[in-house]
Design a binder for this molecule. Structure first.
Ligand code: ZN
Ligand code: ZN
Length: 279
């Protein structure tokens, strides 16, 4: 299995640093064959003062203003690095929630990229993946209630048919463990199976994300327990990602993710859209 990294945040993302070039150099150095940039594309109208921005030339600008520059730079890099043996893809990590699906559909219809990663970072517009917000998101929700709502939104994400891949399937454990403790590791049990069934039926795959290892978890996103369900339900793994936010994090523990997949009897199959483009 070639080493790939399909979840990378260059310095265009508000929470990342490093040029496109620096990430590519690092990928070459680490022997990766293929990478995909996935800067944040967060457009939840409940978060319009916090999220829908990117950094261009050291300046924070609205997403729609910054995107053309991001697209141009990645495409230009793509041409140069192909000769050096590194395939560079253009993607976005898109935050999803049902309350702005129609607006998102409209926006995305005008955007052409190789790969759209669909993510749930928020419940009711509050980010459980953010250090400054997770307590506010989780308060007054039992772990069960939190999980029920998360998987309800995930089912809607799958049905929306907007994405090539589901990112960090149990990403709620990032701060969920801090807040709820061990219970977070089994929080999916009552709710995940119907969603996996939907994913199989819609042929929407998941990414295996190594960002959890950087945060001290023993397991990947998703955990081995969930990966076994993914396998048993016939859902595909269509990407591996480090969720790098700095060049040195590119390819982080991707080899270990590959080994875990092999150990569980899971294959990696890149999404059909990407394979078609390779020709
Ligand atoms: Zn994410
Ligand atoms: Zn990410």
């Amino acid at each position: 299995m070639d080493l790939i990294d399909y979840h990378i945040h260059p310095g265009y993302s508000l929470d990342a640093t490093g040029s496109i070039e620096a990430f590519c150099q690092e990928a070459l150095k680490k022997g990766l064959k293929e990478i995909c940039f996935t800067t944040h594309f967060d457009t939840d109208p409940l978060r319009k003062k916090i999220d829908p921005f990117m950094i261009v030339d050291g300046r924070q600008v609205p997403l729609e203003e910054g995107l053309p520059k991001y697209f141009r730079e990645v495409k230009e890099t793509q041409r140069r690095y192909e000769e050096m043996g590194l395939l560079v893809r253009l993607g976005l990590e898109v935050d999803y929630a049902p309350h702005f699906e129609e607006q998102l559909r409209q926006t995305l219809s005008g955007i052409k990229v190789d790969f759209l990663l669909g993510s749930i970072h928020c419940l009711e517009g509050v980010a459980f993946t953010d250090r400054r917000e997770y307590e506010r998101c989780f308060q007054r929700k039992s772990v069960r209630e939190m999980s029920r709502r998360y998987f309800e939104n995930l089912a809607a994400l799958v049905k929306s048919d907007l994405f090539d891949c589901v990112a960090h399937l149990d990403g709620y454990k990032k701060y969920g463990f801090t807040y709820y403790g061990e219970k977070i590791f089994t929080a999916h049990r009552d709710y995940i199976e119907p969603v996996l069934e939907l994913m199989r039926a819609d042929d929407l795959g998941i990414e295996v994300n190594t960002g959890s290892l950087r945060r001290g978890f023993r397991d990947l996103y998703p955990s081995a327990e969930i990966l076994k369900l993914v396998r048993d339900f016939g859902v595909k793994v269509v990407a591996l990602g480090s969720d790098a936010h700095r060049p040195e994090e590119v390819g982080y523990e991707i080899k270990r993710a590959v080994d875990s997949l092999a150990h569980l009897g899971l294959d990696l199959s890149l999404p059909a859209t990407v394979v078609a483009e390779r020709g």
